[in-house]
Structures are given as C-alpha cells and as structure tokens.
Design a binder for this molecule. Structure first.
Ligand SMILES: NC(=O)c1ccc[n+]([C@@H]2O[C@H](COP(=O)([O-])OP(=O)(O)OC[C@H]3O[C@@H](n4cnc5c(N)ncnc54)[C@H](OP(=O)(O)O)[C@@H]3O)[C@@H](O)[C@H]2O)c1
Length: 227
C-alpha cells in the first residue's frame, strides 16, 4: 500500500475546512487545523488517519510552535477565515486589521514557515478564496479587499515557486456554513440553505486540484451555486 500524503487544513473544525478534511480522509493523512484543542480533537477522532494542528493563527508564537512540529507536508489548504461586514463609512482601523490579519497575514506567515517542507515534497498550496476575491460588493469592502489581496498573494507565490510548489486559488460563491448563517442574520435576511453551495461542493474542488498530475495545475477555480 502506498503511504498517505500529508495535508494541513486550517479552519478544519467547522464549515468548508471540515468538509475538505472529510473529503480527503480516505486517502490522506490530515493535520486538522483549529484554535480550540477540544474541537480539533473531536475532528481528529472521526478521521481514519489524522493528528491535531492547534494554533490561533493570528498569534506569531502559537503559529511558529505548531508549524515547527511538522516533519512532512505534501499540501497546505488555507480555509480559516473571517468576514467583517460593514460599509467603508463605518469600518474602523481595528476592523480592517482583524480582517487582514487572519485572511491575509496569517496565510502568508504560515505559508512562509512551511515552504521548506512543501518544497521537499514538490507540494501544493490551496487557498479558499471567494467570489469576493474576484469582484467587490458594497457592505463587504474589507472582506473583498482581503480576498483580493489573497489573489495577489497566490499569483506571486505561484510564479515564485513554479517548478517546486503548485498553487491553486479556489473561489466559492455563498456556502451553507456558520459564516453564511451569521452574514444573513446580520443582514436581517431569512436563511435559505438551499440557495447556497454545500461545503462538500467546495471540498470536491480541493480534491480535484490535489488529484492533478505533477505536470499540471489548476491555477484558479470558481465554483458557484447553480440555482
Ligand atoms: N461560507 C461562505 O459562504 C464562503 C464563501 C466563499 C468563501 N468562503 C471562505 O471559506 C473559508 C472557510 O469559511 P467557512 O464558511 O467554512 O467559515 P466558518 O464556518 O466560520 O469556519 C471558520 C473556520 O476558521 C477557523 N478560524 C477562525 N478564526 C481563526 C483564527 N484566528 N485562528 C485559527 N482558526 C480560525 C474557525 O475555528 P473555530 O471553530 O475555532 O472558530 C473555523 O474552523 C474562509 O476563508 C471564507 O472566507 C466562505
């Protein structure tokens, strides 16, 4: 039997990240990323081959300490993210910082720390971006800006690491997760899950990117609700 490849998935305690862990579980060893030990352990216990990766990703020391424990890494999937809604007229400096700290700075830092492992494996980096990384919408400016910045990050990384590490940017439309429930509640809208993608729809695009032969890469993938 061939040895399982190792993938670290951030934000794997809930939502899209968790669906990615479940989708990859039959063939991969999963490093389950999350900031709460108990929640991470619960997911680890449900997977056939997994271990915890516990770190508050906006904390430098916690991130460095968790990353230092990784010996082998074939793929890194960045799914942890937040959304801070609000018009530009209302968003404060701290709103912008919180938005960028997790969605951009933490992604760049964790990638930097793990690039040596990924290069050794001729590995892959996948970011869960958003439709908001392709076009901006009113009321969501700081989130859209953070996801546009993430496009710039993946575009630069793809070229810098060409021939060593492959880089994919995945852009889902709205997905039925806690994040979307919170967004619709904040907007005062009724929640209609059937209007959204299932987390598994996004997970399947990650599995597709990871299944490509070494000579090919999915650079950018857009996946949107069909209805
Ligand atoms: N839902 C959508 O409609 C949608 C659409 C397009 C793109 N996306 C993107 O998809 C990604 C996943 O979203 P989701 O809907 O699955 O979100 P979610 O259900 O809110 O889950 C977010 C995950 O990120 C983790 N996380 C949050 N802050 C963290 C931090 N500071 N350090 C470490 N982990 C942290 C959470 O951990 P805890 O359990 O500890 O809170 C959780 O596992 C995000 O990047 C989002 O922008 C979502």
């Amino acid at each position: 039997m061939t040895e399982r490849r190792h993938v670290l998935i951030t934000g794997a305690t809930r939502g899209i990240g968790r669906a990615i862990a479940e989708e990859l579980a039959p063939h991969w060893h999963i490093l389950v990323g999350g900031r709460r030990r108990e929640a991470v352990d619960q997911v680890v216990a449900q997977l056939p081959s997994a271990e915890p990766f516990v770190a508050e990703l906006t904390d430098d020391d916690a991130t460095l300490s968790a990353a230092s424990g990784i010996g082998r890494l074939d793929a890194l999937v960045h799914s942890a993210g937040i959304t801070v809604l609000g018009n530009i007229a209302e968003l404060t400096r701290s709103d912008w910082r919180a938005q960028f700290e997790l969605n951009v700075v933490a992604v760049a830092e964790l990638t930097r720390l793990l690039l040596p492992r990924l290069r050794e494996a001729n590995g892959q980096v996948i970011t869960i971006n958003s439709g908001s990384g392709l076009r901006s919408a009113p009321g969501n400016g700081s989130y859209c800006a953070s996801k546009h910045a993430l496009v710039a990050f993946t575009d630069a990384l793809r070229e810098e690491e060409r021939g060593r590490v492959r880089v994919t940017s995945i852009h889902p439309g709205r997905v039925d997760t806690d994040m979307q429930i919170a967004i619709q509640a904040q907007l005062g809208h009724e929640y209609e899950p059937e209007r959204y993608l299932a987390p598994r729809d996004v997970a399947r695009t990650v599995a597709l990117a990871l299944s490509m032969d070494p000579g090919a890469n999915l650079d950018v993938v857009s996946v949107r609700p069909a209805r």
